[in-house]
Design a binder for this molecule. Structure first.
Ligand code: GLY
Length: 370
């Protein structure tokens, strides 16, 4: 059941290992990267309680010693004070230039630890051990690292590729169903953006993925990571094609800002709703058939996911205010909103050529159903 996806980036290439019980094999997998049998692990307090001992045991099998720092769980940790604490801890642990830092956790820890590794002693290598579905299929692969600024999310950071990613699909069993389905929003995104057959497979097998069928989970994570690896290999620093990974994200960022980045709307939930809105917009612009947005929404609904604006608890701003929030997205170039639209399921493309009125009317109609 174990799969390997290679991310081809010349001298920065690396493998993503995907399968059950990889924590138990972590020592054997990480040992070839080490110059001395010692690693420093950054994690969060929740993940530490669930998985740190399994990692310690896995490393011990290859006689690798481990020290660890557990930061508070949650998005607020992706900030200067916790970043400073992490870097100072790594220095106090005497992590050297040839050592390896391990990020054990979800997207917050992966992004923060990766950024700490990027700047520590002008750059040390790091290994991602993502413990959430979202981190396994998205944030642990591709080298985007960083923290949030008071001015916005992910505004401080660096591209720093990991040397290895261990996506242990067994650890997904400890996620809440809501967090799991939020990560599934990013899985669906891959089918919608570039692989209609994968989307068809998800329509049939999504419930098995959600119910814990390990073979289905490995297949869903592997296909997602393959797609991300191909896109990152073509466009590591997002000069072009990498923006395809932002399908659904322009709408999502506005909705996340409107809900105060709170647990009213998790990131992957916003991505799922955003994908449905992006297909609705594509259909209204005559780019894809009217059936496509209905099919996207039907799958999200069948999975028990948030699908429409009406599924977000509490009030939302009006359509004009939501479009204004979109315009504050950091991916706006020269004031032009960039959208990922689709000519059909699996056929996404990037465009700045979207009339504001079309976006407004999609949002007005979506808000009218609340
Ligand atoms: N999460 C989008 C990217 O890695 O480019």
């Amino acid at each position: 059941m174990h799969q390997t996806v290679h991310v081809e980036l010349g001298e920065r290439s690396y493998d993503v290992e995907i399968g059950p019980d990889l924590l138990a094999q972590s020592g054997t997998m990480i040992a070839p990267l080490l110059h001395r049998p010692k690693v420093a692990v950054l994690t969060d307090e929740n993940v530490a309680g669930l998985h740190l001992n399994a990692l310690r045991d896995g490393l011990a099998k290859a006689e690798i010693e481990m020290t660890s720092l557990a930061l508070p769980a949650g998005e607020a940790t992706k900030s200067w004070p916790h970043f400073e604490r992490a870097v100072e801890w790594l220095l106090s642990e005497k992590v050297e230039r040839r050592d390896v830092v391990i990020a054990l956790g979800g997207g917050v820890i992966g992004d923060l630890a990766g950024f700490a590794a990027a700047v520590l002693r002008r750059g040390v290598r790091f290994v991602q051990i993502p413990t959430s579905l979202l981190a396994q299929v998205d944030s642990s692969v591709g080298g985007k690292t960083g923290i949030n600024a008071p001015q916005g999310k992910n505004l401080i950071g660096a591209f720093h590729q990991p040397s290895l990613v261990l996506a242990d699909t067994s650890v997904l069993g400890t996620m809440t169903q809501r967090d799991f389905l939020s990560g599934y929003g990013e899985v669906v995104k891959y089918g919608l953006l570039g692989d209609a057959e994968f989307f068809e497979w998800l329509e049939v097998n999504g419930p098995n993925v959600s119910d814990g069928d390990m073979a289905a989970r490995v297949r869903a994570v592997t296909r997602s990571v393959q797609m991300k690896a191909d896109i990152v290999a073509r466009d590591e620093t997002e000069q072009g094609d990498r923006a395809l990974l932002n399908l659904g994200h322009t709408f999502c960022h506005a909705l996340e800002a409107a809900t105060g980045y709170s647990d009213r709307l998790l990131h992957g939930e916003g991505v799922a709703i955003g994908c449905a809105l992006a297909f609705e917009l594509s259909s209204r612009l005559g780019l894809c058939s009217q059936e496509d947005p209905s099919r996207v929404r039907a799958h999200l609904r069948a999975m028990g996911m948030k699908t429409d604006l009406a599924d977000i608890p509490g009030d939302l701003p009006d359509a004009e205010a939501l479009v204004d929030l979109m315009a504050q997205d950091k991916k706006v170039i020269d004031g032009q909103l960039r959208f990922i639209l689709a000519r059909g399921i699996g056929q996404a493309f990037v465009t700045s050529d979207v009339p504001r009125d079309a976006v407004l009317s999609v949002l007005e109609d979506a808000l009218a159903t609340i």
